[in-house]
Design a protein around this ligand. Structure first.
Ligand code: UDP
Length: 259
């Protein structure tokens, strides 16, 4: 890992994140795509950071990622309290769009793994997302897709399918921490893929099965409010944001383990 990147890595509630702008995150991504081996990209929000404080395996695998992009307004506020220089959040959905542009331009290919399988009425979410990605990026090479509802014993076959597809980049939409744990478990088995990113519900957004918050909510850091109104059943998960903020503030603004 380059020294620049090590300097960007700080801790929030003891969990590592890279304090990077969109441009910096993207140039690290380009570096990962050039180097041998498979690197994981994670996009933790405050909920994931909070979970990681109680899940040492998740904390460990976040720290081993090649790029840890802070996603979510909670991390921007936390950075302010801790005195880190994080001006903007880089959302997973926006980052994925930049990645697609890069892949189209360089002729590299992507494999879409995760989300709901096909039904009698519709194609799988990954196939629908692939169709919409091709509309926006006509020269994008999509090497393959696979839905995200599988048994542990199917994993080897899925990894083999990803390898056989020859994809250079892997997009995993299984929700967190399942997607990160999948990538970590198989990271030494990917023969062609240089990097993979966990994107949560982003394929649903690309497929059009879930709508992204209107721009107003995005601009004002209120996507959480929009999601709450649309899916009130998520209220328990949403309580993690204030809990996260209270913990950061209770830390007295101290840089808990600045690296
Ligand atoms: N998902 C999946 N397999 C599973 C559980 C979830 O493919 O076993 C998919 C689900 O269909 C959805 C995504 O993972 O597309 C998770 O979305 P969610 O909004 O819960 O993730 P978040 O962005 O909050 O991490």
């Amino acid at each position: 890992m380059g020294t620049d990147r090590i300097q960007k890595r700080k801790k929030i509630l003891g969990i590592e994140v890279d304090i990077v702008s969109k441009e910096e995150a993207f140039s690290i991504f380009e570096e990962l795509m050039e180097r041998e081996g498979f690197d994981m990209i994670v996009t933790p929000n405050s909920e994931i950071i909070e979970n990681a404080t109680r899940d040492s395996m998740l904390a460990q695998l976040i720290s081993e990622a090649g790029l840890i992009i802070p996603d979510g307004i909670g991390l921007v506020y936390a950075s302010k309290i801790l005195g880190y220089d994080l001006e903007e959040r880089v959302t997973g959905v926006d980052f994925l769009t930049e990645v697609l542009k890069y892949l189209e331009k360089t002729g590299k290919s992507i494999f879409l793994f995760g989300s709901k399988p096909e039904s009698e009425e519709a194609l799988s979410v990954a196939e629908l997302a692939a169709d919409n990605m091709r509309k926006q990026f006509p020269n994008l090479r999509i090497a393959g897709t696979h839905h995200g509802y599988f048994k542990p014993e199917d994993e080897d076959e899925i990894v083999a399918e990803i390898n056989q597809s020859g994809a250079d980049f892997l997009c995993v939409a299984l929700g967190s921490p399942k997607q990160e744990k999948f990538m970590q478990l198989h990271k030494n088995e990917f023969t062609v893929c240089r990097a993979g990113i966990g994107v949560g519900g982003s394929l649903d957004v690309w497929a059009g099965t879930v709508k992204r918050a209107p721009e107003f909510y995005q601009k004002h850091g209120l996507e959480w409010l929009y999601r709450f109104v649309k899916q009130p059943s998520r209220w328990k998960r949403m309580l993690r944001l204030p809990v996260f903020m209270i913990k950061v503030i209770a830390g007295g603004g101290k840089k808990t383990g600045d690296m």
